[in-house]
Ligand binder design. Sequence first.
Ligand code: NAD
Length: 495
Amino acid sequence: MNLAAAVRAYLDDGTLPDLPVDHFIDGAFVAPAAGERLETFDPGLARPFLAVAAGTAEDVDRAVSAAQKAQRAWGRTKASERGAILMRAAMLLRAEAARFAFAESLDSGKPLQEAEGDVAGAARAFEYYAGAADKIEGETFPIGEAYLGYSVPEPVGVTAHIIPWNYPISTAARGVAPALAAGCTVVAKPAETTPLTMLMLAELLVRAGLPAGVCNVVAGTGPATGAPLVADPRVRHVTFTGSVPTGQGVMQAAARNVASVVLELGGKSPLIVLKDADLDAAADGVIGAIYENAGQICSAGSRLVVERAVHAALLGRVLERVRTLTIGHGLRRTTLGPLNSEAHLARVTAKVEAAKARGLTPLVGGAATADPETGAGWFFEATIFDDADAGDPLVQDEIFGPVLAVQVAEDTAHAAALANGTPYALVAGIYTRDFAAAHTLARDLDAGQVFINEYFAGGIEVPFGGNRQSGFGREKGFAAVRNYLRVKSVAARIG
Ligand code: NAD
């Protein structure tokens, strides 16, 4: 695909490239059993552009049956062959990156360059887990000379993947790739507002050599498709990313079948800046942490915890950078794209309006807006509330938009206390030149992952996940492969 030409054609007269509109079940695109479809919207223009299959329990049943049927052969496929298929998928994804980035940007609203980064990251995930497939090993146990004791890691079976709308292809890849590497089959349900790239990925996997039925996708709403999927007793593991209440419901449904879950439920993550930090690097970090994907990131740095001595100097630098952000349609490679849906824009707006009603005034931003070029779209201004109280909802509640709450700390210990003072514990960032302070904070912060001197540092190699309300279990890294394995121990008398 010529990406620039495709973008021009779409923005000029709505011309679309070939995009999937059906479920992907048992190796082929399949129309929804009940014939229902759901419009998917371009958030940058606030208008629908495609009607995609809206699944029902019948579609879910077909997909789980296909996965169940494919499980035995896939689980027994030589590990190096599974790895080779995943490696071919990584190569195909790189070759077709433009097509995937276009679909991701259009469906989610995110700026095209961010979507390109997400697709590159997804290819990297397939490459990483391709290499992991033939390094899944058992152990031997020293149970005496007359015995042989060993363990065999086995795939858990059919796995369900419930995918959110903020990072569709990234979240899909970090769940699906390790599941396939471990020998599990997959039924994925993308979010109702962003179904395209998961459907495209399943089709690409078949071209990479994945047998029919190993990776299936049912598009549709949470209640109509997600709920029957996670309640299906043939599903042995659920990987879920999304909101806390939905995650709690998914865990309850899985519990009825005694299936395992990994829950990634968002956060209210702190970015701490100590007084000796490189303030330009820290200001760049703050901007990326809260305005990438318009703040719709589970691991967004949505709280800036800054030492009083550098509070004014840092905020000056942050505000300078906020003024350079460009609002507009993501396909035009702007730097602040729209929010993903009208409903989500309403949620973010309500939280900011409630703060204003409590007497708080944003330092900058604070309102819904539109693409200045078209007057359309679901945009929200880059917003900062300074010196927020530790108990204020701006500090305690996930907003999932471009809204930063600043908290002022008196010293490092106070910064740690403020940082740990929410129900969430996903990630945390630290900016300082003091080696000991950095690692003391890394020890004392309640978070699944800590970034030092570069927010979002790391890659697919580094385990990721939260504590407390942010969920449990880890994705990424080799840790993710273990989500999809169970251990069989064998003890034999041989003498
Ligand atoms: P959600 O939790 O309702 O949706 C996430 C996914 O779960 C979607 O695919 C959805 O279809 C599915 N789902 C919904 N109900 C289900 C059910 N009963 N059974 C199985 N699957 C179900 O989130 P949302 O409504 O799209 O967004 C609301 C809030 O969730 C956001 O404001 C944000 O705080 C949070 N969120 C977090 C993340 C994250 O990365 N942690 C991602 C998206 C949204």
